[in-house]
Design a protein around this ligand. Structure first.
Ligand SMILES: [Zn+2]
Length: 234
């Protein structure tokens, strides 16, 4: 029964980070951690409060969301996570919350415009918002359709260039190399969403950041010649 102990612990730790970061209330939100070699991921069980959550409660499912190990029912968003892992081949973690500012943008159906360098430090594009799902998709395979809408929202950009998307009428999904990085991206997205909202309150119609500043900030953290942080010890 300990085949997935490390994977479950990784998923559990990332989930337990959400309340402390102020991103979730009660049982909202879920994070998963992927083991691509074994084609399984561990995800939070559905409806269990964070303070009662144990590493052994994490549910391990395969890429089609079938339970491989676990006593509890997996998060109701599991099928959305599975679609993302199947399409975004370089990611190792997915995080979903209903954090207030990012969700407000999602409910408004608006992408978050790139207004400042905090945003540009993380991605060089507006944060996309999906198109709203049609009634058939909502009544049909809703979670799968949500995942497909996220994939489509990238409009051909890679899952490395954009690691955060707003699902219209719903809320944010973020991802990264690991579950921990996916949570970090949710924290950053919430901060960027709050700043953009405040900026447009202070100055409606504030202009987008200039290309030179976008490149400067994005590339110093992500480019081939990134200079941010300390040099790695040889
Ligand atoms: Zn949700």
């Amino acid at each position: 029964m300990n085949r997935f102990r490390e994977l479950k612990r990784e998923a559990w730790e990332a989930n337990m980070d959400l309340p402390g970061q102020g991103l979730v209330r009660y049982t909202f939100g879920n994070v998963s951690a992927l083991d691509r070699g074994r084609a399984v991921f561990a995800i939070k069980p559905s409806g269990v409060p964070y303070k009662a959550l144990k590493p052994s409660d994490m549910v391990v499912v395969d890429m089609e969301s079938r339970i491989v190990e676990g006593r509890l029912r997996p998060s109701s968003d599991t099928r959305t996570h599975a679609v993302m892992y199947r399409h975004f081949l370089e990611i190792g973690g997915v995080c979903h919350t209903h954090s207030a500012c990012a969700t407000a943008w999602a409910q408004a159906g608006r992408p978050i415009p790139l207004l400042g360098t905090t945003h540009a430090d993380h991605l060089a594009f507006d944060i996309p918002c999906t198109s709203p799902l049609g009634d058939n998709a909502v009544k049909g395979d809703y979670e799968e359709e949500t995942g497909l809408a996220i994939v489509k929202a990238l409009k051909g950009l890679s899952c490395r260039e954009i690691e955060m998307v707003l699902v219209a009428c719903h809320g944010p999904f973020t991802w990264g190399d690991t579950a921990e990085k996916a949570v970090y991206n949710s924290v950053m997205l919430e901060e960027i969403a709050r700043m953009a909202w405040m900026t447009l309150q202070i100055r409606p119609g504030a202009p987008r950041l200039r290309r030179a500043l976008i490149d400067r900030h994005y590339l110093r953290k992500h480019g081939r010649d990134a200079t941010y942080g300390q040099e790695k010890k040889k």
